[in-house]
Structure formats: C-alpha cells, structure tokens
Write a protein that binds this ligand. Sequence first.
Ligand code: SF4
Length: 253
Amino acid sequence: MMNRDRLKKLAAEERFIPGIYNYCDRWCERCPQTSHCLNFSLSEEEFSDPETKDIRNKAFWNKLSGILGETMELLRESAKEWGVDLETLDSTGDIENLRLKNRAAENHLLCRAAKSYTDMAKDWFEGRETLLLETAAAAREGVSLEEAIEVIRWYQYFISAKVMRAVRGKIDEEEERFDEFPSDSDGSAKIALIAMDRSISAWAVIRHYAGDDDERVMEIIVFLDGLKQAMEKTFPNARSFIRPGFDRVDQNQ
Ligand code: SF4
C-alpha cells in the first residue's frame, strides 16, 4: 500500500494540474488529461496489478480505505496549516443547518428536473438496449451508435449529481461568497452543461435508429434542452468558468 511519503512525493510532481479532477466528468478512460491528473496516477499506481483489477476484490476495498486514511491525514495536516478547524462541524446547530441546506437543494426545481431526466433515460433504455446494440453491430455506423449509448449511459446519473452539487453550492455561496475565488457552483454547473450538450448530441444519434420511438427520444431531447436552458439562466457565469486543465481563458466553451 502506498505510504504517506510516497503520496506526498507523487502529489508534488510538477506535471499535475492542481484540482483538475474537481470539474471533470470522471470518465478517465476517455480523458485527454490523465498524465496531468494526480487522481488518475494514484489509482493507476494502486490498482495496476492485474490481481487487483476486479473491483469486488477485497484487496481493492482495503486499498481504497488505505488511500482514504492517508488522504484524511494529509487533509488534517493541511487544514492545520491553513488554520481551519475541521472539528467545528460537530455542533448540532451546524449539522441541522447542513441538513436543511441539503433538503433545500434536493427540492430545488433544477435538481428535481435533473433527477427526472435520469429516470427518463433509464426507462427509455429498459428493454431496448439489447435491440439497439444488435442494430449497432449490424449498422455500418455502428460504432457511433454504440458510442452514443455509452455517452448517454455515462452521463445519465452524472448530470443529476452535478446539478445537485451546483445548486447546493449556490445555497452556500448565497450565505458566504468570496469574490476573489471562482465559484465552485459555476464549475459544477459547467460540467453538468457539457454533459447535457454531449447527451443531447448522443440522443440525436439514437433518434436516427429509434424507429417508432423517435417521438419519445425527441421528448427527452426537448426536456434535456429545457433543463440546460434553466441551468444557464440560474448559473449565467457557468459557461465562462475556467476548469483547470480543460479550458483556456481564450478558448473557453
Ligand atoms: S481529470 Fe481525467 S483522469 Fe483525472 S479524474 Fe477526471 S477524467 Fe479521470
């Protein structure tokens, strides 16, 4: 198991872009920035042994909790250096406050709509996926159909999770906002918007093969587009948020 010194040494390597994994889509297999990502290197280093590939393997979970333990220790050390007291969240008032904010975020219209999208995508694929994959194998443009399915499936829960994080962050920021820092809620909203853009494109590919179901696919696209517009209105600065490692000031999407 990686020890703390090794973790510190690895984390200090210049090739890593600080915080790059905070606003990515966690799709490491397709990520163009793996060599700059500490998160990726940590998991590669820890899990490269074929014996530990199986995520159900006991060793995997032991390693995972080992990383968590080391990371928490580092976090506590850094917190001390920054003068942050991690124990102050212990009071009942703080916990109740957190609970109220979480509930407010869960009930937010955007979060409920994003959750509905997850259910819509899930329902649509129910019973259709095998047929679609067979079509994908038979079709000449099969790869793109397969990829479209992969994209929708990857982001189907991700969108809702990121919308939730953005809304939850906004509730916090309304209480306490430090203008000199980029807003975390905008960063989460941006990656949610990118996931929506990609999912809409992927649904458009699916629609081509959907036969009689194409109306339902259109409904899903319209719904997702509505959610996207509502997010853009609620987070007007999200698109211009610069994600470390992925966006450049002059090349922002
Ligand atoms: S930045 Fe790329 S490699 Fe790192 S966690 Fe995100 S998707 Fe994976």
